[in-house]
Write a protein that binds this ligand. Structure first.
Ligand SMILES: Nc1nc2c(ncn2[C@@H]2O[C@H](COP(=O)(O)OP(=O)(O)O)[C@@H](O)[C@H]2O)c(=O)[nH]1
Ligand SMILES: [Mg+2]
Length: 433
């Protein structure tokens, strides 16, 4: 039997490229959503270019002064990133531009040190670093602190691939190194594979060397030993050889996934805003009409059932157009639920509620306004129910229409909506009286 061809990194990349392109080109995304997410769209574009050119991004992450910049320099074999004994050069504003260096398609990214104080900012930094890199080198310079463990978890949640680097090994003797490595392994169990924990000396401290000349004169000089990042370089190289393309593809895929989640949420928000406006417009129209031409209380809800136009309009807002006939049966369903759940008694209670606070000198205008408010409110409930039907993709969901209508009634602040309705209607009527 022929073995099926395994899915390799190239296939993953092709898929990732396709999904990024689809997201970028999706014409159904409303312009306001595109505008709200313009930064993310830009990132998407950058990411697409990155995988089209086969770039790999490697970032360092860790506390201030653990030697992140030094480590990148040692890997490069030249000083590209500035290091500092005081407080790490890269520590200012966490969102300052990160330094990048392109070493033949592999980009090394230097980052500010994680701030021990600002938890939220640290989380953001971890997220940003991890989401733009294929591989993150998390650097520590001794036993790992609780803050570091927390940050490690945050990075791990987003990063495609993670290695833990134990730097400044020149400061320890062999026994201490072994002990340190052992605790590190224990403390990161479940977070990092033992083979992904590597030791390094990025910029070993200067040593005093005593030189003895031919005459036996001793002179003291300071020498900086060579950096030792061989194990780290090998580990990164192995990972890139084995998983590089897949990593880049998965990273892009993850980004695309997160992006489309955001997109969906943003679209939902915007649709909800538009739908709310649409519903309120119809509410006001209905309320004013009823106020101008009051009808018997029992017919109020029935009158609501004529709001097919609103339902058709809402269907368009949610990208699920329906015709008048469909709108009619949808309304019938909602109306049946409303009648079932409350009946006319409820309607009279509503009118009483709408009249609340205006008990003295009931003028016709006020009663009319109250009836209009009830019509307004009824249309609002109908609109919200229809909206829910569209949100669930033209379905009432598991609980059926009864549940939906009931939930809406429970969630609405009836008193304040009625007050709003009455004010709106009376404001609209005033010029006519
Ligand atoms: N002893 C020792 N010091 C190091 C090593 N790597 C970096 N350092 C020192 O640690 C300090 C901070 O290094 P830097 O790369 O700026 O740290 P960053 O803030 O993490 O970027 C500098 O003084 C470095 O010389 C190392 O392997 N051994
Ligand atoms: Mg630095």
């Amino acid at each position: 039997m022929p073995e099926p061809r395994p899915v390799d990194g190239d296939d993953h990349l092709a898929l990732a490229r396709e999904s990024l392109r689809d997201l970028l080109d999706d014409q159904r995304v409303p312009p306001p959503v595109r505008k709200a997410l313009s930064e993310e769209y830009q990132q998407l574009q950058v990411l697409l270019e990155k995988i089209e050119q086969g770039h790999i991004h490697i970032a360092v992450f860790g506390r201030v002064s653990v030697g992140k910049s030094a480590l990148l320099n040692a890997l490069l074999g030249e000083t590209r990133f500035s290091t500092s004994p005081l407080h790490g050069e890269t520590t200012r504003a966490a969102h300052a531009r990160w330094q990048e260096y392109d070493a033949g398609g592999v980009f090394l990214i230097d980052t500010p040190g994680i701030n021990e104080v600002a938890g939220e900012e640290r989380e953001q930094l971890a997220h940003d670093v991890a989401s733009r890199s294929d591989l993150v080198m998390f650097v520590v310079d001794g036993d790992i602190t609780d803050t570091e463990i927390k940050a490690l978890r945050q990075v791990k949640g987003v990063a495609q691939r993670l290695v833990l680097v134990l730097n400044k090994m020149d400061r320890y003797n062999q026994t201490d190194r072994d002990a340190l490595l052992k605790t590190l392994r224990q403390r990161t169990t479940g977070l990092i594979q033992p083979q992904d924990i590597v030791t390094a000396s990025a910029q070993p401290a200067e040593r005093i060397v005593i030189l003895v000349d031919a005459d036996g004169n001793e002179t003291e000089t300071r020498r900086r030993p060579q950096p030792d990042v061989n194990r780290l370089r090998e580990r990164i190289w192995d990972i890139l050889k084995a998983e590089g393309k897949t990593m880049a593809a998965l990273n892009a895929g993850l980004f695309a996934g997160r992006f489309s989640d955001r997109l969906t949420k943003e679209i939902v928000t915007i649709r909800r805003e538009v739908a709310e406006k649409v519903v309120r417009n119809y509410c006001l129209g209905k309320g004013v009409a009823v106020a101008l031409n009051p009808i018997p209380i029992a017919d109020l809800l029935a009158a609501v059932a004529t709001d097919a136009a609103m339902v058709v309009h809402l269907g368009r807002v949610y990208g699920l157009p329906i015709n008048r006939g469909e709108a009619g049966s949808l309304l019938k369903t909602i109306f049946t639920q409303l009648m079932f759940l409350m009946g006319t008694v409820w309607t009279m209670n509503l009118v009483a509620a709408a009249l609340k606070g205006v008990s003295l000198g009931l003028s016709t205008v006020v009663t009319a306004g109250a009836q209009g408010a009830v019509a307004w409110y009824g249309t609002y409930v109908v609109g919200k129910a229809a909206e829910q039907y569209f949100i669930q993709g033209k379905s009432w969901g598991e609980g059926g229409p009864k549940r939906v209508v009931q939930d809406i009634l429970d969630s609405l602040d009836r008193e304040s909506l009625l007050a709003q309705a009455r004010d709106d209607i009376l404001a609209r009527l005033k010029p006519l009286l």
